[in-house]
Write a protein that binds this ligand. Sequence first.
Ligand code: AKG
Ligand code: FE2
Length: 359
Amino acid sequence: MSFPAMIRTPLPYSTTKELSDSGVAAAAFPFNYIACKPPAAAADDDENEAADEAQIPTIDFSLLSSRNPDNRAQIVRELGRACEEWGFFTVLNHGVPVELQKAMMDACVGFFHLTAEEKEDYMGRHVLDPIRFGMSFNTKVEDVQYWRDFLKVFQHPVFHYPTKPTIFREVSEGYSRHIRQLGKDLLNAIWESLGLEENVMQEALSLESCFQMLAANFYPPCPKPELALGLPAHSDHGLVTILMQNGTDGLQVMHNGKWFGVKPLPNSFLVNLGDHMEIVTNGRYKSVLHRAKVNNKSTRISVVSAIGPSLDAVVVPAPMLVERQKRPAAFRGIKYRDFMEHQQSNKLMGKSVLDLLRL
Ligand SMILES: O=C(O)CCC(=O)C(=O)O
Ligand SMILES: [Fe+2]
């Protein structure tokens, strides 16, 4: 087995895009980007990646507003099953205009194509800063860097936007409103699937001032995709995450101990449950581990909307569920802001932050 030549000193590129565009990593792959074992040593992992065709649950969102109560009851049951068995599903007929999705994707592309100097305004910021650009996940604490640039923008309860490209403001304002409504409708159906009352949950999580963040991920072509990762295995911090991507695949979700490659259906959103869903349901609906692979052919872009409780909410397992499950609360409460800050300031590692709260 031959290892590629490796660079051991830090590289003078301020973004992953610049590094990819430069072509230097093709000649000598930078040592600090090696996140995976070389293929020959990773035979076990490869076996785990076999099952791409498996059916990820699909939810026809239009049935949630059906006049026929049997249709709604049926889809709520299906949603509950998808949450319980996968923590991950595809949403079809979601009502978000396809032109708006495309415009949002284009605005994100426009941002990543700004010069490194223009993006630098948003670099090196605190993890709770409402607009933040960076590479990898958190370069301050990581030994391994991930093959990714990102833009994170807080959109609710206060709407923020980067000033360039100028179209970003208008497009992301409309997109965030549609996605927030989709998220709220999904949450209400999820509460219903558990027999929880909408207004009780609304109050417990202060959902009128729910936190919403847009994270745009830019994974440029990587000359050694088998050695690098776009993002390592992790769960998201919020309640639900709603994801769209450009035409390039790379997302994998963990299901029954195996990695599943996700190939989204046209005009669909992928939804995964976050750690706060696991906390509030006392472990009944679990957050799902996922990761992003990279490839050596084309840039992959994912645009991810995280929807969570109010940043000031202290989330605990819903008392009604705890009572019904006849087992004690499995998590202690923490303010959502503190949870998020902790996750974003440390190395991204599986469910490491949620694990700290287990009782
Ligand atoms: O790029 C993807 O598909 C996943 C992104 C992701 O997991 C995240 O931003 O939290
Ligand atoms: Fe994620």
